[in-house]
Design a protein around this ligand. Structure first.
Ligand SMILES: [Zn+2]
Length: 281
């Protein structure tokens, strides 16, 4: 089943009197949404009692929860001590997500400031070690979702993300952030054909399961020479990308992704717009 939901809370969530994440599942359900992404971007800081409360409400209203790991993760770091820190962030996310009932952990793979190929090769080695390390320490059973990035200085073109996901077809699923892909290439995504090329590549490189159940981030994003500048809302008419062409392809390819909206302020509303486009396509 395809699912739609926001990353974090819309302005309207607070305006309607809700205060914290345990209030979100009921609110999302009433709106017709079925997914939620919890951000640990600036650190994993949820307490055990709150995590359990969130988990209970998510289950009650059948909302699928994913989390976004801290932005400081860098698998392309040459420094072994820094890598231990990156592994630690992933482990802390898993510890937090356990009581919350989530399975997917979205993360940025790292910096490409010293060149994409060198960064990819290093990240591939680190990723293999990380997966083994998670098994050895009892952190199995979770799905890591490396994300496509929007800036040229970051590792994470869709080809690089596919390459990383080829390491493990069970535990690695790509996060395709289409706003990032569009920004990285300065406005690549215009027609259904533009999306189709990337989907075809992905189905060719990954297993059917990895491609069909991919994690999706979608928002319109302003970009410049170096790629991504800032996230916008669906009211943007300049930068895009537009979700409608992708919606039709998701149906055609029988895909069942979790689609998370990262618009500014109105992420729940824009997630609903996407759901509507999907249903009409
Ligand atoms: Zn991200």
């Amino acid at each position: 089943m395809i699912r739609f939901g926001p990353s974090g809370h819309s302005a309207s969530f607070y305006n309607e009197g809700n205060k914290h994440t345990p209030d979100a599942p009921r609110w999302l359900k009433e709106k017709g949404l079925t997914a939620f992404e919890y951000s640990f971007g600036r650190g994993v800081s949820i307490g055990q009692a709150m995590a359990e409360k969130v988990g209970a409400e998510m289950r009650k209203y059948d909302i699928t929860l994913s989390c976004h790991a801290p932005y400081y993760i860098n698998l392309a770091n040459e420094n072994d001590e820094e890598i231990v820190k990156s592994f630690g962030y992933i482990k802390r996310c898993i510890e937090a997500v356990r009581p919350m009932g989530g399975e997917r952990i979205v993360f940025h793979t790292g910096s490409a400031s010293k060149g994409h190929l060198a960064a990819l090769n290093l990240a591939l080695k680190r990723m293999e070690i990380l997966l083994k390390h998670l098994d050895d320490e009892g952190y199995s059973g979770y799905i890591l979702c490396p994300e496509t990035m929007g800036k040229k200085s970051q590792l994470g073109t869709y080809e690089e993300i596919c390459e990383i996901c080829r390491l493990d077809s069970e535990r690695l699923i790509p996060t395709f952030d289409w706003g990032h892909i569009n920004s990285y290439y300065g406005g690549l995504l215009k027609t259904a054909g533009d999306y189709r090329k990337i989907l075809d590549y992905t189905f060719e490189r990954l297993t059917d399961k990895q491609a069909r159940f991919m994690h999706i981030h979608f928002s319109k994003i302003q970009y410049g020479q170096a790629g991504e500048i800032r996230h916008l809302g669906f009211d943007d008419e300049i930068y895009g990308p537009d979700f409608a062409p992708l919606a039709g392809l998701l149906k055609e390819y029988k895909m069942e992704p979790v689609v998370i909206c990262e618009s500014r302020e109105n992420m729940a509303e824009d997630a609903l717009l996407m759901k509507g486009m999907y249903e009409k396509s």
